[in-house]
Write a protein of this length. Structure first.
Length: 244
């Protein structure tokens, strides 16, 4: 899955990931509507109460797209997925979210043969007002300090991670600041994923131009699955422009 994603980024300049919360009761309807527009499906949420095995299987069957788990905790793992973001919430105040939870999950990931994709998860303002900000006890990076987000990305690349996710939190009032993305991309040799609060194609276009390699949308997809077509067009248009 990681090499497929790298290929998409190399050829098209940017990839589009749709996040489906498995607790969303109309997940099958969402999967059906996004299957022709997303490059990859990310499955996860901060509060997991569903039957993840069956739902992941359904999403895979409906979309026929690669699936990446985005676990909110150690229970967010299922053999039905192709890959998993093996992630450290780098700027959590609690070492559980930074290193204990991924370590507790690692044997299951190996046993089930799920591809781990090493990823640094970095929480930036306004993540404090979202579920992941609360659950993950994030030491929030102010959007006025883009260099701090960039330093985390450089640090992640020095640790050998290949992906950094600049997260504003699902349902965030505003997305990650462009300057944080641009500074991170300039400083660190790492793929940058950007998500949280991206609601329209213009915003997605801008984020890609400033350096995002992957754009994630979740809430938009739940509220208006028809909008993903426009979203894809904007991401690919910006991606090709970046490659010029
Ligand atoms: C959450 O970044 C994702 O991890 C998606 O956020 O729901 O705001 O699109 P939204």
């Amino acid at each position: 899955v990681e090499s497929y994603l790298n290929d998409v980024i190399k050829k098209e300049g940017a990839a589009y990931a749709v996040l489906i919360d498995p607790d969303e009761k109309n997940y099958a309807e969402i999967a059906e509507k996004v299957k022709d527009y997303a490059d990859v499906i990310i499955i996860g949420g901060s509060i997991g109460i569903c039957n993840l095995d069956d739902i992941t299987k359904d999403i895979k069957e409906i979309t026929n797209l690669p699936t990446i788990l985005f676990p909110g905790n150690v229970d967010g793992i299922t053999k039905e997925a192709d890959a998993l973001f093996y992630m450290t919430l780098m700027n959590s105040k609690n070492t559980y979210w930074a290193i204990t939870a991924p370590t507790l999950g690692c044997i299951k990931i190996k046993k089930e043969g799920i591809e781990p994709i090493p990823m640094a998860y970095i929480g930036v303002e306004p993540i404090q007002n979202t579920a992941v900000g609360y659950v993950g006890e994030v030491n929030v990076i102010p959007s006025a300090k883009p260099e701090i987000a960039a330093m985390y990305c450089l640090s992640a690349s020095y640790f050998g991670m290949r992906w950094a996710y600049l997260e504003a939190g699902s349902g965030a009032k505003f997305p990650i600041d462009n300057k944080a993305i641009a500074t991170a991309k300039h400083l660190a040799d790492i793929n940058i994923i950007v998500g949280g609060g991206i609601r329209n194609p213009e915003t997605a276009f801008e984020k890609v131009i400033y350096g995002a390699d992957v754009i994630v949308t979740g809430t938009l997809t739940e509220e208006n699955p028809e909008a993903v077509k426009e979203m894809r067009n904007a991401i690919k248009k910006a991606g090709l422009k970046k490659l010029e």
